[in-house]
Ligand binder design. Structure first.
Ligand SMILES: [Zn+2]
Length: 260
């Protein structure tokens, strides 16, 4: 590649990162207003502790958090880790999707799905709930993305069926103690987003990562066995992983000298 086109690619990638940071910042506002009320589109952001309206300099993604040392400019109360985490994740993943798809409808739909998944990930992690409105909206985007990617209707229905059955069985067996209705709807979403193969992969990844982290936290006495696990957080993280690298992971797994 010529050096001028390398420079051009760098500028484009930088622009995509800025877009991702701005999107992440918007998602933080969406998350806050979904959980605490207020219009998503209107009104300026304020500190949740002292209610002081934030200055434009306090609204720059990542940079403001670092410059303020993670504390509100007026009341000095800590700013939630959610803000830089969501901005960083959104920016990095938007860039990864850009490098996979370029400026295409596929990229736009994948970024939209990513946005819904990050909102679900964060809200379940922080508030232990899965919001139906977010999951149902994500189902529509996931279906469109799958169809654009050439997945068949059979694969989508089979995936959605597997996701539904997997969680519904646990829900029925445990009479709703292990699994909530939100997890069942998330299972359907995963099938629509990934097809049946990707959905199976995402479920395996979610259970593996969930078990490893839960056991680590119990072993280090950071939580007790009976504490609820934010399963939607693991499911959405696994879905993003399968979305980005599902084919590579499945190909790698099939090459392993295993019996199953
Ligand atoms: Zn404050």
């Amino acid at each position: 590649m010529e050096s001028s086109s390398v420079a051009f690619q760098l500028v484009v990638n930088f622009g995509v990162v800025l877009f991702g940071l701005a999107l992440g910042s918007f998602l933080n506002v969406v998350i806050y207003r979904l959980m605490h009320g207020g219009s998503v589109a209107l009104g300026r952001s304020a500190c949740p502790h002292c209610k002081k309206t934030l200055a434009p300099a306090d609204l720059i993604p990542l940079a403001s958090f670092v410059a303020l040392g993670g504390r509100c400019r007026s009341c000095k109360k800590p700013i939630s880790w959610q803000y830089p985490l969501v901005e960083f994740l959104t920016a990095v993943l938007t860039l990864v999707l850009w490098n996979a798809y370029g400026l295409t409808l596929e990229w736009a739909l994948a970024v939209a799905l990513l946005a819904f998944l990050i909102v679900t990930f964060t809200i379940d992690l922080r508030y232990r709930v899965i919001l139906d409105g977010v999951v149902f909206s994500a189902m529509i985007v996931a279906t469109l993305l799958s169809l654009v990617q050439g997945r068949t209707a059979e694969s989508l229905l089979l995936g959605a069926g597997i996701g539904f059955a997997f969680f519904f069985l646990q829900y029925a067996i445990s009479k709703g103690r292990w699994i909530g209705g939100g997890d069942i709807r998330l299972g359907v979403l995963i099938g629509l987003a990934l097809g049946w193969k990707g959905a199976l992969l995402a479920l395996v990844l979610a259970y593996l990562s969930g078990s490893v982290i839960a056991i680590t936290l119990v072993a280090t006495k950071k939580r007790a066995w009976k504490d609820p696990i934010p399963f939607g957080t693991f499911l959405t993280a696994a879905t993003v992983t399968a979305l980005l690298a599902g084919d590579q992971i499945i190909a790698w797994y099939l090459k392993l000298p295993l019996l199953f």
